[in-house]
Design a protein around this ligand. Structure first.
Ligand SMILES: Nc1ncnc2c1ncn2[C@@H]1O[C@H](COP(=O)(O)OP(=O)(O)O)[C@@H](O)[C@H]1O
Ligand SMILES: [Mg+2]
Length: 280
C-alpha cells in the first residue's frame, strides 16, 4: 500500500487556523474549535482523540463541508471546501441506513443518487456486500441485522462510493468490545485495498478510545479540552498489516499508549473538573 503525499502535490486534507463559533439559541456564542491546524497526507490514516464535547465532531463537519469555519481555511487536495463533495465518504456513530429498504437497496442508494445506472449500481453493491461478508443478507431489512452487521452495511455504503477521503466519527462506539475489534480489522483491510492502484483513502477517524486510535492509525492527534485545538501529534510506526487484538499486546504499543495517555489524560481531567464544577 502506498501512502504519503507525492512531491508537488497538496496534502489530502488541511485545516489552517480553523475556528468554529456557534450561536446558541439564547444568542450567546460558543467556540467549539479554535485555531486548529491539521494535515492529513494522501493515503494517511489519522486518528483524532480528545475528551468528550471538545469539538471533534465539529472538526469533521468542517472537513465534510457541512459547516463552514468562522475563521481559517479548510482545504481538500489544496482547494477550499465549499460544500459536500462526492469524493468524501462518511461513517457516523448512528447508522445512516433507510429502515424501509433492503440491505442491497441501501448500498445501491449512493451510486444511484450519483447517477450510476441501476444494473451497474446493483453489481457494485453486491460486490461490496461480498467484501464485508454480507452476501447472504442482501435481501434482509436493517432491523433484521445485528449491530455489527449494520455497521458492515454502513462500510459497504461508504466504500461503494470509492471515497478518496474517509471521515469517521466514533463509528464503532456503540458496538460490544469483540465486534468492535472485528470491525476495526475489517476496516483496515477495506481501507488497505480500497483504491485502484493500491492508493488507500485518506482517513480522519474520530474516537474517544485511545487503544482503537493507536491500533488503526499512522498518527494520533490529541485535541485539547474544548475548544478543540491540536495539542500534540504522535506518529504510530507499528508495522502493517495489523490485527488490533494482537497489536495492542505488543510492548511498543503499550509504550505509545502510555506516552499519548500522559497528554490526553490531562485534557480528560480538565474536562471532568469543568463538568464537576458545573454540577456543584
Ligand atoms: N450546531 C451547534 N450549535 C451550537 N453548539 C454546538 C453545535 N454543535 C456542537 N456544539 C457544541 O460544540 C462543542 C463541541 O461539540 P462536538 O464537536 O460535538 O464535540 P465532540 O465530538 O468532541 O464530543 C460542544 O460544547 C457542543 O455542545
Ligand atoms: Mg462527537
Amino acid at each position: 500500500m502506498i501512502s504519503g503525499t507525492p512531491p508537488g502535490h497538496a496534502p489530502a486534507i488541511e485545516l489552517r487556523g480553523a475556528s468554529k463559533v456557534f450561536r446558541t439559541p439564547s444568542g450567546a456564542s460558543h467556540t467549539a474549535v479554535r485555531d486548529l491546524d491539521l494535515t492529513v497526507e494522501q493515503g494517511e490514516f489519522v486518528a483524532v482523540v480528545g475528551p468528550t464535547g471538545c469539538g471533534k465532531s465539529t472538526t469533521l463537519t468542517l472537513v465534510s463541508g457541512l459547516e463552514e469555519p468562522t475563521e481559517g481555511e479548510v482545504l481538500i487536495g489544496g482547494k477550499p471546501v465549499t460544500g459536500i463533495r462526492p469524493e468524501v465518504g462518511f461513517v457516523f456513530q448512528q447508522d445512516a441506513v433507510f429502515p424501509w429498504r433492503t440491505v442491497l437497496s441501501n448500498v445501491m442508494a449512493g451510486p444511484r443518487f450519483r447517477g450510476v445506472p441501476k444494473a451497474e449500481a446493483r453489481e457494485r453493491a453486491r460486490e461490496w456486500l461480498g467484501r464485508v461478508g454480507l452476501a447472504a443478507f442482501a435481501d434482509r431489512y436493517p432491523h433484521q441485522l445485528s449491530g455489527g452487521q449494520r455497521k458492515r452495511v454502513a462500510l459497504a455504503q461508504t466504500f461503494v462510493g470509492d471515497p478518496e477521503i474517509l471521515l469517521m466519527d466514533e463509528p464503532f462506539s456503540a458496538l460490544d468490545v469483540q465486534t468492535r475489534a472485528l470491525m476495526s480489522d475489517e476496516l483496515l483491510e477495506l481501507w488497505g485495498g480500497s483504491r485502484p492502484g493500491g492508493r488507500a483513502a485518506s482517513v480522519i477517524f474520530v474516537t474517544h478510545d485511545l487503544e482503537e486510535a493507536i491500533a488503526l492509525a499512522d498518527k494520533v492527534v490529541v485535541m485539547t479540552a474544548g475548544p478543540a485545538t491540536v495539542k500534540e501529534v504522535f506518529p504510530v510506526r507499528l508495522p502493517r498489516p495489523r490485527k488490533v487484538e494482537a497489536v495492542r499486546l505488543e510492548a511498543e504499543f503499550v509504550e505509545i499508549y502510555r506516552e499519548i495517555w500522559s497528554s490526553l489524560g490531562e485534557e480528560v481531567r480538565i474536562t471532568r473538573e469543568r463538568g464537576a464544577s458545573r454540577v456543584g
